[in-house]
Design a binder for this molecule. Sequence first.
Ligand code: ZN
Length: 435
Amino acid sequence: MVLPSAEDLADLVFKEFRQLPKTGKPTTNEWTILSAIVMHDTAKGTSKVVAIGCGTKCVGKSKLCSHGLILNDSHAEVLARRALLRYIYHLLKRVIEYSDEGVFQWDSENVCFRIRPDLNFHFVSTQTPCGDACIRNEAIEEKSTKEEHIINDEPTQPKLKKRKINKENDENEDCAPNGDDNVGALLEPSPNDAVYTGAKLIGLTDQQDAMEQKIGAVRTKPGRGDRTLSMSCSDKLARWNVFGMQGALLDILLAHPIYFETLNFVGCAENEAAIRRAIYDRFIGKQFKTTKYKIHKPTIRFAETVKFEYAENYNRKNPAPTGISWCNIPIDLKPYEISVNGNKQGATRKKFGTPEAAVKISKYNLLQEFVDILRVEPKLRQKYRIDSKELTYLKYHQYKQLAREYQAAWTLAKQNYFSQWTEKPPNLLEFSLDA
Ligand SMILES: [Zn+2]
């Protein structure tokens, strides 16, 4: 059976998105970015949308939550991936409780779950990921705006103009991927004209400019005001492309990492080379050897004939303040979630920083899902020598350390492949479900 085209996948995703409630979606003058994950059954030739994320925001360093209750990063790509994790946990629970092995199967010999070999995953997104993928390595035309200034050309740098970001005391950190949300009124709206990233370089001296459009570099997310600790989506996609999108906790439960077979972008074809560079080309030749994780080379495709109805344009000038996530689980489990500044929409200020204000895709609640699997599967507890009484006391970072191969490979990768990746302060990973 043939894999659906990028257009077909995007159509499928937009159809699913239209069926979601109107609450939380952008208003008439707001735009957003949508990312989604489609699962394709190669045996049956069927595809289904399993996770959707919409959003453009990222909370600053000062607002990070030490209990894993607030979403740091609400860019669409990241929300879609977190929604996928929620979907996977749901399926793993079904394997244990109902022996439903439609997607994952229990391997009792190796005490882990295996995905059915004829299933694979595809990523769909309506914009070029922020960070490295946004920088085209070519000279570009000058845009007439009084706010831009020219970067000194260096032989190894692409010849680029950049737009100056207003950094003055701005509480609300808009993280439009191309960083131009605050000067949008001065420029022709051109969401796919991604020749500039507002994402910031890391590890600089005082003389260096965090906004320099150096190609191939890792960056933190764009945003006004305080730097965020979240890496750009280009960097996160690159990481998932080596370690899989399941992350450390699910890596403990799964036999193999899960990779995207294809990355599909709506429009953005002019950024093809930059996207490929950001996802894997920039790391080719850097030493990185492990048996379990491999640098994956997904097929990168473009859907040119479809349009996302909430994309940035003349009428939709403001980035939507909401983050949306959805995964393909039964409606009584509330698959559709809306967040504002990383908290559940509608949560009162009083509830901020409590589990009641936390969305299901927060670190805290995904840890809860992970622990629930250990609670119902004694063989896993035996394998990792965890007593059921300890389950709620163990800290998030202690659980992550159970993924030994993953952690060892990550340490290795950081020496070369992902050097300068930001580390969250340890106190942000010290929470337990008990706290
Ligand atoms: Zn992003």
